[in-house]
Ligand binder design. Structure first.
Ligand code: GLV
Ligand code: MN
Ligand code: MN
Length: 415
C-alpha cells in the first residue's frame, strides 16, 4: 500500500479527549496548566502518555534524562527511523496545547496509519522530549540539546543549584547522561507538529503552516548588586538601589529590541527576583532573566550587545554592579528543504491550504535539525495566544495537522 492509496482518518473525538485528559495533570487550576519537568504531575502525565503508546502497540524506551521514544517497528527496522514528537511540560500558568498537540497528534497520526493497514518500511518513532521549557533548569530544550550533543548533563542545574542528576534520580531515570546523545544519521527525518503560537494562520484562514526556519533564541541572566538598607531611613541621594537599576535595564532590553525596527526582533524580561523582597527594605540584589530572539542571527547578537552596553552604563552611573551571563545564544535553524516539500505535498494531498512560514518560538526541532533533516507543521491557535491558560486550538484544526503529519510520515517511512 502506498501513502497515496490509503484512506487516512483521524479520530478527532479521541484525540481531543486525550488532550483534555492530559491537561488535568497540572499544578494549576483549570484551564491553566502548570507541569514542570520531573514534578509529580509531569511524571503522572508521562505514565498516561506511555500507556496510550503501549495500547497502540509501540515499543517504549526512556533515556537517562527521561526522553521517551515510542517505536512502531518498520519492515526494515535497521534503517534510520522517521521521528515525530514534541513536549508535554508546560510553563507556569500555561495552556493545554503547546507541545501536547505534537505528542498526542503524533500518536494519533501513527494510530491512523495503523488502521489503514499501512506497514512502514522505516520504523516510525514518537519522541516525547523530557522538557522543552526552561522553567526547571533555566535553559530551553535541555534534553534535545543533549540528544544533539550540544549540552553536557554535568552543566545542568536548577535555579537553586540542585543538579540534573539528583532530579532525574528522584524521577527514576538512571544511567550516564553521555548515553543521551544520538549519533548523526540516527533518524532519517524528524517532523514536529505544533500550534503556531502566533496569529498568522488564523488571520489568513489557512489551516496548515509549513515551517521553513526557526528563530534564534538567547537567554541572559543578569545579576545586579547594589546596597540594601532601611526603606525609611536611608536618604535618597545615598541609595544604590539594585531594583531601580534593574528597571532601567528592563527598559534597555525593550529599547534594544525595538531599535532594529524589525518585527522579527523581540526582547522580554520574564523573570525578576528581588532580594530580600520586603516592602520596607531597599533591594540589594536583583536577578533578571532576559529572552531575546530574531530570525537574523547578526541582528539578534547586536541586540545582546546593546543590552550589555546599557548594563555597563547603568552600573557606572548608579554605582551598582551588573553581571551578565549568557545562558544560551543559539543559532537559527533552517528546515530541511526535502522534508518541507514532503509536508507541502502532504497538505495538498488532503486539499488543505498551507503557507510556508518561520517559527518565532523555539522548539526541540531547533536542536533536532542539527542531527536530522527536520521540518515543522503548524496549525492555527485562537488569537495566536500561547503560554496562557486561554490557549486554544480547535479539534478540527488539530485533526488537520495530525492528518498531514500521518501522510508525511507514511511518505518518509516508505523511502
Ligand atoms: C518555547 O516555549 C518558547 O519559549 O519559544
Ligand atoms: Mn512553550
Ligand atoms: Mn512548545
Amino acid at each position: 500500500m502506498t501513502a497515496g492509496s490509503m484512506k487516512l482518518e483521524i479520530n478527532t473525538a479521541q484525540l481531543s479527549s486525550e488532550i483534555e485528559t492530559l491537561a488535568r495533570f497540572s499544578d494549576a487550576p483549570a484551564p491553566a496548566v502548570t507541569r514542570v519537568v520531573f514534578s509529580q504531575q509531569d511524571l503522572r502525565a508521562r505514565e498516561y502518555v506511555k500507556d496510550l503508546c503501549a495500547a497502540a502497540g509501540l515499543a517504549i524506551r526512556e533515556d537517562p534524562v527521561g526522553n521517551t521514544f515510542a517505536r512502531w517497528s518498520g519492515s526494515e527496522p535497521d534503517l534510520p527511523a522517521v521521528a515525530t514528537g514534541s513536549h508535554i511540560d508546560a510553563i507556569p500558568n500555561a495552556g493545554a496545547y503547546d507541545g501536547t498537540v505534537g505528542v498526542l497528534g503524533g500518536l494519533e497520526a501513527i494510530r491512523a496509519l495503523q488502521l489503514t493497514g499501512f506497514r512502514p518500511r522505516r520504523s516510525i518513532e514518537l519522541i516525547v522530549f523530557s522538557a522543552e521549557e526552561p522553567t526547571r533548569f533555566g535553559i530551553g530544550c535541555f534534553a534535545s540539546r543533549m540528544m544533539a550533543g550540544l549540552l553536557k548533563g554535568a552543566f545542568v542545574r536548577d535555579r537553586d543549584g540542585k543538579h540534573l542528576d539528583d532530579w532525574r534520580a528522584e524521577a527514576g531515570f538512571r544511567g550516564g547522561t553521555a548515553g543521551v546523545r544520538l549519533p548523526a544519521g540516527y533518524y532519517h527525518a524528524f517532523i514536529e507538529l505544533h500550534i503556531e503560537q502566533g496569529p498568522l494562520l488564523e488571520r489568513a484562514g489557512i489551516p496548515i503552516g509549513v515551517v521553513t526556519a526557526i528563530a534564534a533564541p538567547a537567554t541572559l541572566r543578569i545579576t545586579i548588586e547594589g546596597e540594601g538598607g532601611h526603606a525609611g531611613a536611608v536618604l535618597m541621594p545615598d541609595r544604590r538601589d539594585a531594583f531601580c537599576a534593574a528597571a532601567e535595564i528592563a527598559l534597555a532590553v525593550e529599547r534594544a529590541a525595538r531599535s532594529t525596527r524589525a518585527l522579527d526582533t523581540v526582547g522580554t524580561v520574564g523573570i525578576c527576583d528581588v532580594f530580600p523582597g520586603a516592602v520596607n527594605s531597599i533591594p540589594s540584589r536583583v536577578r533578571l532573566e532576559v529572552d531575546a530572539r530574531d530570525i537574523d542571527l547578526a541582528r539578534r547578537d547586536r541586540v545582546l550587545e546593546g543590552i550589555r552596553e546599557a548594563g555597563q552604563e547603568i552600573a557606572d552611573r548608579r554605582s551598582v554592579s551588573v553581571n551578565i551571563e549568557t545562558v544560551n545564544a543559539d543559532e537559527p535553524a533552517t528546515c530541511d528543504p526535502d522534508v518541507v516539500e514532503v509536508l507541502c505535498r502532504a497538505a495538498a494531498a488532503h486539499d488543505l491550504r498551507f503557507q510556508r512560514m518561520v517559527s518565532r518560538a523555539y522548539h526541540d526541532s531547533l536542536f533536532m535539525s542539527r542531527i536530522a533533516p527536520t521540518a515543522m507543521l503548524f496549525i492555527p491557535c485562537r488569537g495566536g495566544v500561547s503560554h496562557r491558560p486561554d490557549e486554544y486550538a480547535s479539534p478540527d484544526a488539530i485533526a488537520a495537522g495530525a492528518l498531514v503529519l500521518a501522510e508525511a510520515l507514511a511518505d518518509l517511512s516508505a523511502r
